[in-house]
Ligand binder design. Structure first.
Ligand code: LMR
Length: 410
């Protein structure tokens, strides 16, 4: 029998209900859907052709190596192991980058990309910033919440033109040029979440001029390295900014690129002006990490570190990541062709130009709701579709669902 406790003053009764993060809402709705043929285009995860989250061969091989010489699960250093951190720096900046060679980079293991963003946000709060963080509109829904929780006031800059699906680069630059000095500007390095629309190299260079002129601080979120053009190609903006002399924060995630979602492996890299600044930043960062979760977890980082420090495993990882990237591109093409074949008047060819896991489809919340109710096809209500969850089996059903909602719903 349930007993209701009637306390005189309940500490919980006055909690203000808050709307749920739209990605989490879609995860929960999918889990609660009893239909066996349901399709999950909601959460940003890569699924293979059989509809499963892959266990990469490279992860398996690294685990075999680790198991051969098992280390005790002691506490790691607060900043992560030296092998993990140097592997991350080579991955991100390339071999022999001057910023690393000059000792200007501080690197910390983090709890996924989200953990790296949050620790970075806490460090930024200790610096002389304007207290404002500028985000693209739209962006990943957790960005404003996470930086808001760290005490930042949130501003937005224009990003994608809803009419064309293209980048509004000039409007974006004009908006950034009006920001107060010391404002932190967050950009996604590649595979922009949720739009799939990225800057090209020329645009990154022009952006660097605006950041320098406005004394703005750049925070790059790199959650999808390797899913746009390749591991090194996708890191190009990081390498360019690290040479530019501007301060730089980078949040790196291995969740997608190693399919290690639940292991929470990521890294925060901060490019400073000198080894002395690295030492100052490191002291603060260690205290911040210590106060939140004390020390980082061992297993996932050991896998990543083993791979990043082995030429053979590194090569296998590049191959498998390339296979994931190519499969998503095939699915994009397949969906665009299927929609054309079904005689849809609306042009969806923009989906092929978008990069990474997501397509910003332009479907309205009402159309997404209808797709979910009528076809068991789940997606985020802002119209974001996870193309990495398509396969040859579910693609025709998804295409049918899109055709129906476009024809029949507002
Ligand atoms: C997403 O955007 O779906 C992923 O980054 C997963 C998440 O935690 O939101």
């Amino acid at each position: 029998m349930t007993k209701t406790i009637t306390a005189q003053v309940s500490v919980f009764a006055e909690i203000t209900p808050t709307p749920m993060d739209p990605v989490l809402a879609s995860i929960e709705a999918f889990a609660a859907d009893p239909r066996p043929d349901k399709v999950n285009l909601g959460v940003g995860m890569y699924y293979d052709e059989s509809g499963k989250i892959p266990r990469l061969r490279v992860v398996h091989d690294a685990e075999v190596l680790i198991a051969r010489n098992p280390a005790p699960y002691g506490y790691l250093p607060v900043e992560g192991t030296a092998a993990f951190r140097s592997g991350v720096e080579t991955l991100l900046f390339g071999v022999g980058h001057a910023a690393v060679a000059d000792g200007r980079v501080a690197t910390f293991q983090a709890l996924g990309g989200t953990g790296a963003l949050r620790v970075g946000a806490e460090i930024l709060r200790l610096l002389k910033t304007s207290g404002v963080l500028a985000l693209s509109h739209p962006t990943w829904p957790n960005h404003p919440v996470l930086f808001g929780a760290a005490g930042f006031e949130i501003a937005t800059y224009p990003y994608v033109d809803p009419a064309t699906g293209g980048l509004m680069f000039d409007r974006m630059l004009a908006a950034l040029a009006t920001l107060r000095p010391g404002t932190v500007v967050l950009l996604q390095t590649c595979c922009h979440n949720p739009t799939g629309v990225d800057l090209d190299r020329d645009q990154w260079l022009r952006l660097a001029d605006v950041l320098r002129a406005g004394s703005l601080i750049l925070f790059l979120d790199l959650a999808y390295q390797g899913f746009a053009d390749g591991i090194d190609e996708d890191a190009w903006p990081v390498r360019m900014f690290a040479e530019s002399g501007l301060p730089l924060f980078v949040a790196l995630s291995f969740s997608k690129s190693f399919a290690l979602y639940g292991e929470r492996v990521g890294a925060l890299c901060i490019v400073t002006a000198s080894p002395r600044e690295v030492s100052l930043v490191s002291g603060q960062a260690k205290n911040i990490i210590r106060a939140i979760y004390s020390t980082p977890p061992t297993h996932g980082a050991a896998i990543v570190s083993t791979v990043l420090n082995s030429p053979e495993l590194g090569e296998l990882w590049r191959t498998e990541l390339g296979e994931m990237r190519d499969r998503i591109k095939q699915m994009r093409l397949g969906l665009v062709e299927a929609l054309k074949t079904k005689g849809l008047n609306a042009d969806f060819s923009f989906m092929q130009r978008q990069r990474g896991l997501f397509s910003y489809s332009g479907l309205s919340a009402a159309q997404i709701d209808l797709m979910t109710r009528g076809h068991a096809v789940h997606a985020v209500r802002d119209g974001r579709l996870c193309m990495a969850a398509l396969n040859r089996h579910n693609l025709p059903r998804v295409a049918d669902a899109i055709v129906e909602v476009v024809r029949h719903a507002p």
